[in-house]
Design a protein around this ligand. Sequence first.
Ligand SMILES: [Fe+2]
Length: 503
Amino acid sequence: MELLETRQKEIVGFASEKNIVLDKRAIEILEGADFRKIIEEWRIENPNAFVLESKDIEAKINAQKAPLFEQKTVVETKVFRADARGMQKKVRFLSEYDVTGQSNSEGTVKNFLALFQKKFDLLSEMLKKRHTLQPKQISKLRAVPKNSQVDVIGMVFKKWVTKNGHLAFQLEDKEASCIAMIMKTEQNLLKIGELVLPDNVIGVKGVKFGEEMIIIKEILMPDLPLRKVKTIPEEVSIASTSDLHVGSKLFLEKKFYEFLEWINGRIDSEKEREKVSKIKYLVISGDNVDGLGIYPTQFNDLNIKDIGKQYEGFCHLMKEIPEYIEVFIIPGQHDAVRWADPKPAVPKEFTKELETYSNIHFLGSPTWLEIEGFKTLIYHGDCLHDLIGHASTLDSSRPSEAMVELLKKRDLMPSYGMSHPYVPEKKDFMVIKEEPDLVYIGDMHHNNYAEYRGARVINSGTWQAQTAYQVKLGHTPTPGIVPIVELNTGKIIETKFIKTEGE
Ligand SMILES: [Fe+2]
């Protein structure tokens, strides 16, 4: 009796160290199990939850019977026939916007100059379409009388705060440059100015102040036109996910298997089966594996220490996705491609196993396609770190808001020379040339959605538990949440495989 009480105390003590409360039945079940392993795993999967219930422990004990990447124990509930199985796929790849097979940069100064000139041409053309802007060439500024209104388009060469606290920009077009300044009293304009980074192409409406100086009254971005969220009559959906990090000790493999069971319709809930039945497309926004040598101490954080084997594991999981679902997979910084943007698709040598799976498509980042007529941009999200790091109004837990700022800039290379590198390709792959209806991103491990001028922005979360690095940054990820865009309603609905705080 005493021994039993000691073990119960040990269980309760261990749980309370992890900030977890157990009910009576839960303690009883844990007495006969490896309670430390179960509690520790549950804490990783449920970083914000407080009460560990007996049903969760039972589910965990059952799940632990399955070994790594070999789970095939399928319990057929009712016969499931998805509506999407009978639907024709409607996909058009806009391959001209994908660097895969088109990388021809020599990395020369000439390449860089050409890239910046191309970017200026593309973005200034978009700005010229803004009817409120009547831009003059900067070289003609001298001829404009002092104190009169003047508009210009320029690329930001330099940005600084003056001795008197005003925010100044040196703007350049192809021939000349000028100084444009936001006065320190203009609070609203300063907030917009904070989001303008060196290398951005902007339109300025202002008043001529000095020989080559403008006081800014309004900043215009290339921007998207005003549009409504697009819908179609067909009841068809796109599911999305991201950042699996296969190979990491923190990859939530068992939870991912629950996702695979779900997407195959092997679930009891009629409501969920109905939801799954409409899924015809799946977008995966990068960091498919954890990679090797991504950061100095990564080796200790890996379950699979061989990049080839990490991809074998990833491919094994992808094979479980029903063949009637079209899957679009792009790389992230952890994949076996270059760190710099634009990134080509994961090389075929790593995805050989999926060669015969015609529904699975490996694409670059960024990439563009049309799904059921929805212009879709898929991008891992690498450059968002630089933007978020330079703007007090943005936060890595709301990556979709940062993405909206990139849509306003119409540019996935907001600034060159900050922490994220770019390859100066002869063709510009980073300017957002099209007007997207759907924008999929990943990278921040945080589910988050936004809508801007008819574009739905979706950050699809992760399957990796909170990393030590994220703990240090105070960043809480949202693993195991899968968003679905219903193309007939325009709504985004979620299925949660891991509960969040308060649920
Ligand atoms: Fe990631």
